[in-house]
Design a protein. Structure first.
Length: 199
C-alpha cells in the first residue's frame, strides 16, 4: 500500500507535522509564538465582538490558546502589504460568496507554504480578507489551512487541527479548514461560510 510521504504528530500547539526534519524548527517557532501571545488577545480585532474571548467562547482552553497563537502570528497581516511581503499574492483574488449562506471573502494563497510538507498554526496556507467599499483597505477576517491530496491522499484519515477534522475539497484536490480568527462567525468558528461576509 502506498504510504503518505510524512507522518502526523499532534502536539499541544495543535500543529500537524509532515516531516521529521522540520520538527525542531517548528518547536522553536512555537516557543517564539507562545512568548509573544500574552498581549495579543484583542490586538487588531476591532470591535469587542471580534475579540479573542468572543470568537472562542465555548471552546476549551487549548483551542483558545491556539487561536491566540494564530492571531499573534497573523496580526501583522491586517496590513495587506505586510502579507504580500511575506509571500501572499499581490494580485487580488475573486471574492467568494453564496446567496444564502454568506461569504468566504478573498483567499490569498501563499504557494510556497501550500507546497511544503507541514501545516503550522503560525503559517496558514491562505489568508482570508473581506471585501470593503472601494478605496478602503481590505479587512483580514480569517485563514484557511490546506493540505494537497498529493501529500495526503483523500483516501487517508482526515488530519486535525484545533481539535477539528479537515474537510475534503474534491474539486481543488486538497484538505482544508477555515478559521474565522478575526471576524465573529455566527455559523461557527470553523464553518466554511460566514453570513457577515459580503462580496
Amino acid at each position: 500500500m502506498l504510504q503518505p510521504k510524512f507522518h502526523i504528530t499532534s502536539r499541544a500547539t495543535s500543529r500537524v507535522v509532515f516531516s521529521l526534519r522540520n520538527t525542531m524548527a517548528l518547536i522553536a517557532l512555537a516557543l517564539t509564538v507562545a512568548s509573544c501571545t500574552h498581549n495579543t488577545g484583542t490586538s487588531g480585532g476591532g470591535a469587542s465582538g471580534n475579540s479573542l474571548t468572543s470568537i472562542t467562547e465555548g471552546f476549551d482552553p487549548q483551542v483558545q490558546r491556539d487561536i491566540e497563537a494564530l492571531r499573534s502570528a497573523t496580526n501583522p497581516y491586517h496590513d495587506l502589504k505586510a502579507a504580500q511581503a511575506a509571500g501572499y499574492p499581490t494580485t487580488t483574488p475573486s471574492c467568494v460568496a453564496d446567496s444564502t449562506m454568506g461569504g468566504m471573502g478573498r483567499h490569498y494563497m501563499n504557494r510556497p507554504v501550500y507546497d511544503n510538507n507541514t501545516v503550522d498554526i503560525a503559517h496558514p496556507e491562505m489568508l482570508i480578507y473581506a471585501s470593503v467599499p472601494k478605496g478602503t483597505p481590505e479587512r483580514l477576517v480569517g485563514v484557511e489551512y490546506a493540505i494537497p491530496f498529493r501529500l495526503l491522499p483523500s483516501t487517508e484519515k482526515a488530519p486535525r487541527l484545533f481539535g477539528q477534522e479537515f474537510k475534503r475539497h474534491e474539486e481543488f484536490k486538497y484538505w482544508y479548514l477555515h478559521v474565522w480568527a478575526w471576524q465573529k462567525n455566527k455559523a461557527g468558528l470553523f464553518s466554511d461560510w460566514n453570513p457577515a461576509i459580503k462580496c
